[in-house]
Design a protein around this ligand. Structure first.
Ligand SMILES: NC(=O)c1ccc[n+]([C@@H]2O[C@H](COP(=O)([O-])OP(=O)(O)OC[C@H]3O[C@@H](n4cnc5c(N)ncnc54)[C@H](OP(=O)(O)O)[C@@H]3O)[C@@H](O)[C@H]2O)c1
Length: 355
């Protein structure tokens, strides 16, 4: 049987993406073959294509951090799982494909009746948001938080989960994202036309308890100024390395996986050394998953439960067929996307759920 997958042929711009057709992969011992129903498209995919994400594999590779799919074939040595079951996984790369083989231990069962695109949004974006809120910042009801990139994939997840946690929320976004941010319970701050530190001190005089910062670089330092004493900045991304301060697309590509991490280290150390009891702490979903795999599983199950109860509703910006992965990444790379972009290689929704 043949299938289609997308590969990154070299580090660089969207022209590095190719659609290839080849023999379907066969599951090895302990592996399961999954037919992908939905694969998330995220900035980390673009950063890996550009060669600047710490998890960038050698080329050629298939991008795709997260997927929801249906179990299709079992390898030897698997048990307690059956063809037809709906599962989610975060392979970090490999999800832009019709079929993918994964170790059984990486799969988490998805309850029946959920939309595949909504369910896949939970894997990278909502786990990131949930763990930053509850495991890094340890927020309490009534606390104030500032969410940067609040209209984006992780940003909208932070707003929905922050509302459930009864937080007072402020969110930076461009003017296009403001209605979405206020609709999800945040006070929008237009980062292009306003100084968010001044705005925060005007609206919440002492400052906020936590800032969630995906921009990175010198931005982390500015975020720190929005904190009240005792607060913390959770730094979790480097949008500045692909937009604004240094768009990598079009350059002759090299793998530069640790480009932004050194700067990160300086700000973290500075947070400890400077007076004011204001810390900068890093968050990485893949590092925490490796250190605490049970948390990842437990947190995804809790989020799937919230989705089933309709307490959260991921915003799906657009669904693209697998063959249009390049258009999907170009759209996300340009900015201004509200919510999550999803590739739907097969059906757009989960019909039958688990067997
Ligand atoms: N550490 C982790 O474990 C982890 C996990 C998941 C994601 N991430 C990181 O999180 C970041 C966001 O990912 P995503 O998939 O949510 O991306 P996304 O959907 O593209 O969202 C990013 C948002 O940031 C906004 N933005 C850009 N520059 C900004 C600025 N200077 N100030 C405020 N907002 C700004 C964009 O708004 P406009 O387009 O309107 O400007 C956009 O809404 C990425 O850097 C990614 O690598 C990290």
């Amino acid at each position: 049987m043949r299938h289609t997958r997308v590969i990154v042929t070299h580090y660089g711009g969207p022209d590095a993406l190719r659609v290839v057709e080849e023999e379907c992969p066969e599951p090895k011992i302990g592996e399961v073959r999954v037919r992908v129903l939905a694969a998330g498209v995220s900035l980390p995919d673009i950063m890996a294509r550009e060669g600047v994400h710490p998890e960038t594999p050698p080329v050629p590779f298939t991008p795709g951090w997260d997927l929801v799919g249906v179990v299709e074939r079992l390898g030897a040595g698997t048990s307690g799982i059956e063809p037809g079951q709906i599962v989610a996984a975060m392979p970090i790369h490999g999800a832009y494909a019709e079929f993918v083989c994964l170790p059984q231990r990486e799969l988490i069962r998805v309850p029946s009746g959920l939309d595949a695109a909504e369910a896949v949004s939970l894997v990278l974006n909502y786990i990131t948001a949930y763990q930053m809120l509850h495991r890094s910042a340890k927020v309490k009801p009534g606390q104030r938080v500032l969410i940067h990139g609040a209209a984006g994939g992780v940003g909208t997840a932070l707003l929905q989960l922050g509302r459930l946690a009864e937080l007072e929320m402020y969110g930076t976004c461009s003017s296009r994202g403001a209605p979405a941010v206020s609709g999800l319970g945040g006070v929008p701050i237009d980062y292009r036309n306003q100084d968010y530190v001044k705005e925060i001190h005007r609206l919440a005089s002492e400052g906020v308890d936590a800032v969630f910062d995906p921009i990175g670089g010198a931005h982390l330092w500015h975020s720190r100024e929005a904190l009240r004493p005792g607060g913390r900045v959770v730094g979790y991304g480097l949008i500045s390395s692909i937009r604004g301060e240094g768009l990598a697309s079009g350059r002759p590509g090299r793998r530069q996986r640790f480009r932004g991490s050194a700067v990160f280290g300086l700000y973290i150390a500075g947070g400890w050394l400077l007076p004011g009891r204001k810390r900068v702490v890093p968050y990485s979903i893949q590092t925490l998953k490796r250190l605490k795999p049970a948390w990842f599983r437990q947190d995804l199950i809790a989020l799937l439960d919230l989705l089933q109860q309709k307490k959260i509703k991921p915003l799906i910006a657009q669904r693209f067929p697998l063959a249009e992965a390049r258009n999907a990444q170009e759209l996300l790379g340009k900015g201004g996307v509200i919510g999550k972009i999803v590739l739907v290689p097969n059906e757009p929704s989960l019909e039958s759920g688990a067997v």
